[in-house]
Design a protein around this ligand. Structure first.
Ligand code: WT7
Length: 640
């Protein structure tokens, strides 16, 4: 059965001419090169890195196992740091950091390099950690986390960053699955004004994680914390006692660089494996072409390093390009809803990359807030993590970008390692709500259930040729990797539904598991949600299907109202009618439930699976990956 699209995208929006004239990409040459010879194209991108030893062949592909730049050797940390030290970038700022408590730190490439070498020496010489060993990093978003990531890469240890919002239990599972030898953490993390004792969580996790022999603690306060002698080490002392010169490990292109656990929205977390040469090639290339990075930019990606976005576009991609990165340890709504705009004004940030969930939260509190700040330093905006509905896109474009900044809506996944689909900022016209085209070197298609290609219309999104930064597997579970991504089609199955239009733009309409099936029509959740959010009274919406004896499924909509809007007698009718008119009577929700909040993962994605279970009166599945588990009780009451 085909996925339908009733969704009408507004006109194309042209990027500003002043932007286009200076853009890194101004014509179709890269597309032409890549289409002419894909492997030559990727080889050219790989050549932008420093290799210790060249590769014998570009690609060895036996589905689903890829080897890119076979027998090539390089080190990730030297590519991010050392090679800039012989250029004008030696004393250029690499990282500018601020925390919600107002702490600040700035590191030049030279300073960052020294610290990374020191930690690398400590890890390898003092603790005896070797190439291929796993190290878990459980830290808030501080420069020390970036230093730790790069120090692991320098000695060839595989890093596994676990977002510091995860519980002791989740941390324990990830430590055990990766059999980490060492964990680097901090005494505390600060979040919305309260302190979280990370070291206590680590101690609890370590009760049943016996592979860990050493714990390094970055102490941010003078608080006395539990200290296990012979196991616990002080981060600053470790750095200070070690040499600032270090000989990096020369890694095979296919040696794992990191594992990153993704729970997605269902099931046991998967330890996605990324390797060195291919991942870095795509990280460097995609950052340059998509974010149009230049030497005088100040680039801010709001994601935590605990997610793939933070790996590729806060650490590796920008540093490979010698950029200056802004890092902020804090949330968009604390101490007030203007904090992000305040930071942009104070630091003159020029490139800003965030998630639709944050944009919708900004919309909810109204445009009067960003209006109070000077945002004129911005020149490019980005979005990632979920489909961005046209309403939110236009708000972002108008009130943050002042209609002069192009928006790159970037579709990708933990598994793809880097951006796959987007518009290139100085080259393409934008369509609010649609991600755009596959990057040069990337091939995507919409497929029917039987694997046939849909040239125009809705289908299942598949990446049809291997690419350098593709996941190489799931740690310890190759069978699951084959099954989840490679068994449905001959090509990579992304798990998303999408519509490809006549201009070859892809509009992602949500996870296939969430797709609605009403009276034989398969409709993406995003279309219905987007039409609800289009209603001026609605801030956010999530829709799920419940069993319906006649239609197969009927739609239930959970809706958060904008600030200052209260429930009224005819609101439900009004919203239903709104969807019917906007999309089609088929998509009209059967019930509208007004709720103060929606269940979200820690990375801000709505967990429709739980809403669906609640709406169908089923017992709720795993809620451990929720950032706000208490909301499910409230929602259950609202359904009754
Ligand atoms: C899933 C991947 C991509 C890095 C952060 C999330 C959804 C992501 C978009 C976008 C529509 C998007 C997809 C995808 N998604 N970006 N621009 N438009 N949907 O990584 O946690 O692995 O999630 O996020 O459903 O499959 P992730």
């Amino acid at each position: 059965m085909k996925i339908e699209s009733h969704y009408e995208l507004s006109d194309l929006i042209k990027p500003e001419e002043t932007f286009c004239k200076k853009a890194n990409i101004q014509n179709n040459d890269l597309y032409e090169k890549a289409n002419h010879n894909r492997l030559d194209f990727w080889e050219e991108q790989a050549n932008q890195l420093n290799w210790d030893q060249p590769w014998d062949s570009v690609l060895d592909w036996k589905k689903p196992n890829a080897k890119w730049f076979v027998n090539g050797k390089l080190n990730a940390a030297t590519n991010c740091l050392d090679r800039h030290l012989t250029t004008h970038r030696k004393h250029k700022t690499a990282i500018i950091w601020e925390s919600e408590t107002g702490q600040k730190q700035t590191l030049t490439y030279d300073q960052l390099h020294k610290k990374v070498c020191q930690l690398a020496n400590y890890l390898s010489q003092t603790l005896g950690i070797k190439k291929g060993d796993r190290i878990t990093l459980y830290m808030p978003l501080t420069p020390e986390l970036a230093i730790s990531v790069l120090a692991c890469a320098r000695i060839g240890a595989i890093h596994s960053v676990v977002f510091a919002g995860f519980s002791a239990n989740s941390l324990q599972d990830r430590l055990n699955d990766s059999e980490s030898k060492c964990i680097i953490t901090t005494d505390i993390a600060v979040r919305r004004g309260s302190e979280i004792n990370l070291k206590e969580i680590v101690d609890e996790a370590l009760e049943k994680a016996t592979s860990v022999k050493d714990v390094i603690i970055h102490k941010r306060t003078n608080k006395t914390i539990n200290w296990v002698s012979n196991r616990d080490h002080n981060f600053d002392e470790a750095i200070n006692q070690s040499s600032t010169t270090h000989k990096p490990e020369s890694m095979d292109s296919e040696d794992p660089l990191f594992i990153l656990y993704t729970s997605g929205t269902t099931g046991k977390p998967k330890g996605i494996i990324h390797t060195t040469g291919g991942y870095l090639t795509h990280a460097q290339y995609s950052t340059k072409v998509v974010f149009d990075i230049k030497d005088d930019d100040l680039y801010w990606c709001t994601a935590d390093i605990g997610w793939i976005t933070g790996h590729t576009y806060l650490v590796y991609g920008p540093l490979l390009n010698g950029a200056t990165v802004f890092m902020y340890e804090g949330t968009p709504d604390y101490p007030n809803a203007g904090i992000f705009w305040d930071l942009i004004e104070r630091y003159s940030i020029s490139i800003f990359y965030t998630a639709p969930t944050a944009i919708r939260a900004f919309m909810k509190s109204g445009e009067s807030i960003p209006k109070q700040y000077n945002l004129s330093s911005l020149r490019l905006l980005g979005s990632v993590g979920e489909p961005i509905n046209p309403e939110a896109w236009n708000w972002y474009y108008t009130h943050i970008g002042q209609k002069k900044c192009p928006i790159v809506d970037t579709w990708w996944q933990t598994e793809t390692g880097g951006i796959m689909i987007t518009t290139l900022p100085g080259l393409h016209d934008m369509k609010p709500g649609s991600a755009g085209k596959p990057l040069p070197g990337i091939q995507a298609q919409c497929l029917q259930d039987d694997g046939t290609t849909i040239h125009s219309g809705g289908g299942l999104l598949s990446l049809t040729e291997p690419w350098p930064s593709m996941a190489r597997g799931i740690w310890g579970d190759q069978e699951r990797f084959n099954e989840v991504y490679w068994s449905k089609f001959e090509t990579y199955f992304a798990g998303d539904g999408a519509v490809k239009d006549k201009d070859d733009y892809f509009t992602v309409i949500g996870r296939v598991d969430d797709v609605l099936n009403v009276a034989g029509h398969r409709i993406g959740t995003m279309e219905v949600e987007s039409s609800l959010v289009d209603c001026p009274k609605v801030a956010e919406a999530a829709v799920v299907g419940i069993e319906d004896t006649i239609k197969g499924q009927a739609i239930i909509a959970f809706v958060i109202l904008k600030e200052g809007i209260s429930e009224s007698a005819n609101l439900e009718q009004e919203l239903k009618q709104f969807v019917a008119t906007k999309i089609s009577p088929i998509a009209k929700p059967k019930t509208i439930i007004i709720t103060p909040d929606l269940p979200k993962t820690r990375s801000g994605k709505i967990m429709r699976r739980l809403l669906k279970q609640a709406a169908n009166n089923e017992t709720l599945g795993d809620t451990t990956s929720l950032a706000n588990p208490q909301i499910m009780e409230k929602i259950k009451q609202l359904i009754k």
